[in-house]
Design a protein around this ligand. Structure first.
Ligand code: FPP
Length: 230
């Protein structure tokens, strides 16, 4: 699998998973965060270099406060439970999105995990948290304009533009997976997925196990990426 550098996942369907079992949506999110551990460890074992997970979008603030608060408590659960294991597996935690607007506790827990794992050389586990792709692009344009005003830049190329994005240090996204049946991108990595293979699966995120993940990898291997050529 060493030809796959970067997989991004829209982890959808936690709510529907819980509803189908007659349980609260928060139950689905709890199972969802447990599944983050499973899929991160599996991806690392497969030699994938970066796994970017859409954990919370800029639009997710519109959900009921109780649900938002519950999701914001999950970083504590996740890192309290699994940071030791992430360290043992040499996994490096990163994040993209606007961290300054997330509640203090979740923010500090993330910053601490990023700091503790910064020298790890295995897979990068990259969380998109309070992330929105349009906002990221607008921010990049504003920062570029400021650099022009300040005389640091005057001739923008694709490569340079990439340096203004939150993903600047990460390789191209090879595969974007969305679980739970919806076939849309929902403001995730719009610029970065220009040439990615898109894979949609009906499985809800908490049920997206190693076998389902492998099916996506095989699907990817069977596609022929032409990058606009023939
Ligand atoms: C989408 O399912 C899921 C989310 C908006 C939250 C996902 C978050 C996690 C799995 C945990 C993140 C982990 C950390 C460590 C931050 P949905 O609620 O939209 O499901 P539905 O479409 O079935 O309602």
């Amino acid at each position: 699998m060493n030809n796959i550098n970067h997989i991004a996942i829209i982890m959808d369907g936690n709510g529907r998973y819980a509803k189908e079992k007659g349980l609260l949506r928060t139950f689905g999110h709890k199972k969802g965060v447990e599944n983050v551990r499973k899929i991160a460890l599996f991806s690392n074992k497969k030699g994938i270099k970066v796994l970017t997970l859409y954990a919370f979008s800029t639009e997710n603030w519109k959900r009921p406060l109780e649900e938002v608060n519950y999701i914001m408590s999950l970083p504590k659960f996740f890192f309290d439970s699994y940071l030791k294991e992430l360290m043992e597996n040499n996994i490096k935690v990163m994040m993209i999105g606007d961290i300054n607007k997330i509640p203090e506790e979740a923010k500090n827990i993330f910053l601490e995990a990023i700091e503790k794992t910064k020298n790890n050389t295995g897979m990068i586990l990259n969380f998109a948290l309070n992330y929105g792709s349009r906002q990221e692009i607008v921010k990049a344009i504003k920062n570029y304009c400021q650099d022009v005003i300040d005389g640091r830049e005057n001739n923008l190329s694709e490569e340079e533009f990439n340096n203004y994005l939150d993903t600047k240090d990460l390789p191209e996204v090879d595969i974007l997976i969305r679980t739970s049946g919806e076939q849309r991108i929902s403001n995730f990595l719009l610029y970065q997925i220009s040439y990615s293979e898109l894979i949609f699966t009906n499985v809800h995120w908490p049920d997206f196990n190693e076998e389902e993940f492998d099916k996506c990898l095989h699907e990817y291997q069977n596609r022929h990426r032409r990058y606009g050529g023939i």
